[in-house]
Write a protein that binds this ligand. Structure first.
Ligand SMILES: Cc1cc2nc3c(=O)[nH]c(=O)nc-3n(C[C@H](O)[C@H](O)[C@H](O)COP(=O)(O)OP(=O)(O)OC[C@H]3O[C@@H](n4cnc5c(N)ncnc54)[C@H](O)[C@@H]3O)c2cc1C
Length: 475
């Protein structure tokens, strides 16, 4: 990037809020995906006005610009594929209003999910989406990806809580969209357009969020199965009863072993387990957790135990949250990679989906761990492979294709919550083929110079195993 442009940016944000140091640029080239690329400069703006001025500079010089939250995206979202400017939004981290009597709060995008919920809990409220990365990920990143988590079945995803946004558009103009009210029918719901836009349409600088009252009680059941498909069938049986738990997590034996090994959680070493959570009024919780146990037993569970003890529940949930990092310690030369990591199918199709994943893993000679937020049909798979081996990557790519084909065949989506970016781009293009032209038209109308997080989603071309963070052996 031209040194005069770098100086112009430093003049706007202040030298102390910019870095071009080699080590910093290298670090900002990563997120939680398998991809990597260095930016030319990292800027930490403090105000919307600074963002607007920097975006105007980028637009004038046609320089790629990428807003970054905590960099926990799993598909290459925050990897600056075409280099340019990374805007680290961490210094725009103020909770500006908490209005529980009106059921909303207003935050800057760099606010960490857990920090917001700590603040809301003081008033017995919360922002429910519960991503596994909630201790570190930002609200801006959650909105940009439409993140959600284990409680989506009962409480919905981030999109269900966004009431309004302030956005810096690719030409640097500041746009306000939406309201502070719970209802709003005043024209196009543009705030929805930016939810899931993955930084490709503008920089989100302020967010009005709906909040919900905290449930008074919770209970959690740990349910063991000797067969993964039976566990999947049990999820359908619970929901069809009918019963809407606040979460149902499914974990297969590969993941159970990894977590027991890394965290000593003491989960039963069975083929599959479910964690089923119910919440609400204490009387309802007591009744529903007993019902959960009955349905699970009838569905063939080999063991059911449940708890309302806070420490026990926290231990089980921590074990579930540790699945992803624990998988990286499954075997000495293996790393766990996020490729086909986030499919969603109609809940009744879970048994077929998990069976298909097992067969695809076997056929392609890769180890696949399956877990996820089964209550809303959201299944995660992680592939364990030797990242230096070309053969492993090739097998992995074939398995990914097999998994996505199976999911689409079952009426599902290639991503329930993690988004598209690079790793899922070709398969999203298949899934959304009839909408691609409209998506491209929106992008080029708002961002004619293609500066905002370019080369991702509908613009990605090529293999998902390129721009890798690993050195892969030639043969
Ligand atoms: C261990 C682990 C567990 C996870 N569990 C879950 C889960 O349960 N559910 C889930 O949904 N996800 C999960 N994720 C994925 C990830 O944490 C979420 O997608 C999260 O919302 C990303 O937030 P972030 O702040 O890290 O954003 P980043 O990774 O920094 O950015 C993500 C995208 O958002 C865009 N963006 C960020 N801020 C802005 C802004 N202000 N304006 C415009 N665009 C912006 C970026 O350009 C990028 O495209 C997990 C990740 C990890 C590593």
């Amino acid at each position: 990037m031209d040194s005069a442009v770098i100086e112009e940016i430093k003049g706007i944000a202040g030298e102390e809020n910019c870095t071009t140091k080699t080590a910093d640029l290298y670090v900002y080239g990563f997120d939680a995906s398998v991809h990597h690329e260095n930016p030319d400069i990292v800027v930490m703006p403090k105000t919307t006005e600074q963002v607007s001025k920097i975006v105007k500079v980028a637009n004038r010089h046609k320089i790629p610009i990428l807003a970054r939250g905590a960099g926990t995206g799993l598909c290459g979202h925050a990897v600056p594929l075409k280099k340019g400017i990374v805007l680290d939004m961490c210094k725009m981290n103020n909770i500006k209003e908490v209005q529980v009597e009106d059921l909303y709060c207003v935050v800057e995008p760099g606010v960490i999910y857990a920090k917001l919920n700590k603040e809301l809990a003081k008033k017995n409220f919360f922002f429910p989406p519960t991503p596994g990365s909630g201790d570190v990920c930002t609200i801006g990143g959650m909105v940009a990806v439409n993140a959600s988590g284990m409680r989506a079945i009962k409480y919905g995803a981030t999109r269900d809580y966004v009431l309004g946004l302030e956005v810096v558009l690719p030409n640097g103009e500041i746009m306000e969209t939406g309201t502070r009210t719970l209802k709003n029918s005043s024209g196009y719901q543009l705030d929805r357009l930016f939810v899931g836009s993955e930084g490709t349409l503008g920089v989100i600088t302020k967010i009005n969020l709906r909040v919900a009252p905290l449930p008074k009680a919770r209970a959690l059941a740990l349910v063991a199965f000797d067969d993964l498909v039976k566990a999947g069938q049990c999820v359908s049986n619970l929901i069809a009863h009918p019963l809407i738990p606040s979460a149902i997590e499914i974990i297969d034996n590969v993941c159970i072993k990894a977590v027991n090994n890394a965290m000593k959680v003491g989960f039963p070493d069975v083929e599959a387990m479910l964690l089923v959570e119910v919440d609400g009024h204490p009387n309802v919780v007591e009744e529903e957790i007993k019902l959960v146990s009955e349905i699970c037993e009838k569905s063939g569970a080999v063991n059911v135990e449940f708890s309302t003890d806070k420490d026990t529940m926290a231990k089980w949930i921590a074990g579930r949250k540790a699945v992803l990092p624990s998988l990286s310690r499954y075997g000495e030369k293996f790393v766990s990679v996020s490729l086909a990591d986030d499919m969603a199918v109609p809940m009744s199709q879970i048994p077929k989906a998990v069976k298909a994943f097992q067969e695809i893993a076997k056929k392609n000679n890769v180890i696949v761990g399956t877990y996820g937020h089964a209550a809303d049909g959201n299944l995660h798979t992680k592939m364990l492979l030797d990242p230096k081996s070309k053969k492993y990557w090739e097998n992995g790519e074939k398995a990914v294709k097999g998994i996505f084909d199976a999911v689409l065949e079952l009426g599902g989506t290639v991503t329930g919550e993690h988004g598209v970016a690079i790793s899922k781009a070709p398969y999203m293009q298949t899934e959304r083929s009839s909408a691609l032209a409209t998506m491209k038209a929106i992008k080029s109308a708002l961002d004619p110079n293609n500066i905002m997080n370019p080369g991702k989603m509908m613009d990605w071309e090529g293999s998902i195993i390129s721009n890798l963070r690993y050195e892969v052996e030639k043969e």
